[in-house]
Write a protein that binds this ligand. Structure first.
Ligand code: NAP
Length: 557
């Protein structure tokens, strides 16, 4: 048991040795959008820093999710970095919503532009991260046998980085090509003239279908639960728009760093009650044509709180589906019956419904005809067997906790994170936890609120960096939220979860897509406001209200 005592202690010498004994002050795990930013901030703040990345290149999800037409559904310039105006001016996105190749190029550009590549070690998948209490250091080991001792670890391992495969009989028996959208091969997949099955109709499956429908011989989309998919309304990023963003850069940055959603969308500014039924229908048409998440952020203020209103909007969307999809049976199958618009993270994709009008595309409704098994030649449902050349699993990820619980994380007192989180993750701020001293995980469970992921993660990384600087200035070398701070945060999560916009309990935000995973809400339902309120409260004293201490003051008894 470890007790904290004021004043000098017998472990001073050990702490001294530990200081000499670390390879690097800050070790970042992961070189995705969040990890690259965390590394940049650490280096910029004067820390020695290093990154270990599992992939053979940088980009994180934008390195691994390279299926055709994988793209942002947040506007490129609101998803990309906003810490450098020069970077913004150097990189003009081609489209409002960029595709994966451009995103990967952008992230590589950032790495080179800020001279980060020499700190990044790729092909280094972390297999264990163990806290050495006596030395106050994290000992991080990778699959290649690399061992790094670090004072601080920032595990930017992502919430959507562990692909989830469905538990289907015979999954490994398929003799054709099988891919997961989240682990796409680097050599292009040739779809020409192939018979293809896509399992899953979330944002990944919905993006892939229109991308390949005109190339393949035939494609079947296996849908378990219909989603409210609406058009992305993409377009080229015009010179005028880029110019406007640059001219208004300070305002743009201010909106992106303070708004609850982290988008630039102009709110409608009105409740539904100000409009007549006819005006509401006209407004829904505007929403249908709004960009991406604008259908949530620019909608009536009461769209997510007024059930009757949301049902009216759903009715409008259902009529849109019926008007696009020529086969009425397919149209009905595509219309969600179990959740309101926005309750589940909606996909925003062009030509999704239109794809089902192609003679070579079919929808297989798994609630009516479930999969019995996969075999060497294809997929058997309760209706019949279908042969395929390619099966694509667009079945999502072990969201939130997937990477962290597979990384062999051992905290103070031998805490085994994978066991500790079996009943759901407990953390503070969505990026730190009691019994995990000096271990941060921005972008982890309870990290994102209901908005643009990178903007939430940026908040976390900024706070972590400020905290490390504070530690250096005040001689603290241990940061660990107290049990009380963690409990207060978790009480907030559990209390507000039912009020979250993404409240459908059968979604991956509750872990419901992974068989056997405990159903706990995995976002921050309090959003930016609660995050900042609780972080400010913690950092209101020099020792962060008990979260900071000096390792030399710890006494082992
Ligand atoms: P997802 O939203 O979790 O969707 C997975 C799909 O697979 C769902 O349709 C699910 O059906 C289905 N599925 C899962 N297990 C199944 C099983 N055993 N049998 C049949 N169907 C099964 O995954 P995703 O589409 O990869 O998206 C995940 C997240 O990644 C998104 O929420 C988003 O944050 C991000 N993403 C973003 C973009 C973008 O445009 N920027 C693109 C792709 C992904 P049920 O609904 O019935 O569970």
């Amino acid at each position: 048991m470890l007790l904290r005592q004021p004043g000098p202690s017998g472990s001073e010498l050990m702490a001294e040795q530990a200081n000499d004994d670390i390879d690097v002050e800050v070790l970042v795990i992961g070189a995705g959008v969040v990890g690259i930013y965390a590394l940049y901030r650490a280096i910029d703040a004067g820390f020695s820093a290093r990154t270990l990345e599992a992939g053979d290149g940088v980009g994180g999800v934008w390195y691994f999710n390279r299926y055709p037409q994988a793209r942002f559904d947040s506007e490129s310039y609101t998803y990309g970095y906003i810490f450098s105006k020069e970077l913004f001016h150097e990189w003009q996105w081609k489209e409002e919503f960029a595709t994966q190749p451009e995103i990967e190029s952008y992230l590589n550009h950032v790495v080179d532009r800020f001279d980060l590549r020499r700190h990044i070690h790729t092909g280094q998948k972390v297999t264990s991260a163990v806290y050495d209490e006596a030395g106050n250091a994290w000992v991080v080991t990778t699959g290649t046998g690399t061992v790094v001792r670090a004072r601080w670890v920032i595990s930017a391992t992502g919430g959507l980085s562990v692909p989830h495969y469905p538990e289907l009989d015979g999954l490994d028996d398929f003799a054709g090509q099988a891919y997961h959208t989240g682990a796409w091969p680097h050599t292009p997949v040739d779809f020409a003239g192939k018979r293809v099955a896509i399992i899953g109709n979330g944002p990944s499956g919905a993006q892939l279908l229109p991308a390949i429908v005109d190339t393949v011989e035939a494609v079947d989309l296996y849908q378990r639960t219909p989603t409210w998919t609406t058009p992305l309304n993409n377009g080229p990023l015009t010179d005028e728009r880029h110019q406007w963003l640059g001219d208004n850069w300070d305002t743009v940055v201010n909106v992106l760093t303070t708004s609850p959603s982290g988008f630039l969308h102009e709110p409608s500014g009105k409740f539904s009650t100000v409009d007549t039924p006819e005006q509401r229908q006209a407004f829904y048409e505007t929403m249908w044509n709004a960009p991406g998440f604008g259908k949530l952020t620019m909608n009536y203020y009461d769209m997510t709180t007024n059930r009757e209103l949301n049902l009216e909007f759903c009715d409008f969307l259902a009529r849109k589906v019926r008007s696009i999809v020529k086969d009425p049976v397919t149209a009905e199958r595509l219309i969600p019956k179990d959740h309101l618009f926005g309750a589940k993270r909606p996909p925003f994709v062009a030509n999704y419904y239109e794809s089902f009008n192609k003679p070579n595309a079919s929808l297989i409704a798994l609630k009516e005809t479930p999969i019995v098994r996969v075999d060497a030649t294809g997929i058997e449902t309760t209706e019949k067997h279908r042969d395929y050349d390619i099966i694509v699993y667009a079945t999502g990820f072990d969201f939130g906790t997937g990477a962290l619980t597979r990384m062999g994380v051992r905290g103070r007192g031998g805490l085994d994170l994978s066991k500790d989180w079996e009943d759901g993750p407990a953390d503070f701020g969505g990026f730190s936890a009691y019994l995990l001293p000096n271990f941060f995980f921005p972008g982890g469970p309870h990290g994102a609120g209901g908005g643009n992921y990178p903007r939430y993660s940026q908040d976390q990384v900024d706070w972590i960096t400020t905290t490390l600087i504070h530690a250096r200035e005040h001689g603290f070398d241990v940061f660990e939220p107290t049990e009380a701070q963690q409990d207060a945060w978790m009480t907030m999560i559990e209390t507000l979860a039912p009020r979250s916009i993404f409240s459908a309990e059968h979604s991956h935000y509750y872990g419901a897509n992974v068989e056997g995973k405990v159903r706990k809400f995995l976002l921050n339902p309090g959003g930016r406001a609660k995050l900042h309120e609780m972080l400010d409260e913690m950092s209101s004293t020099e020792n962060y209200t008990g979260a900071f201490r000096k390792a030399s003051n710890d006494v082992l008894i």
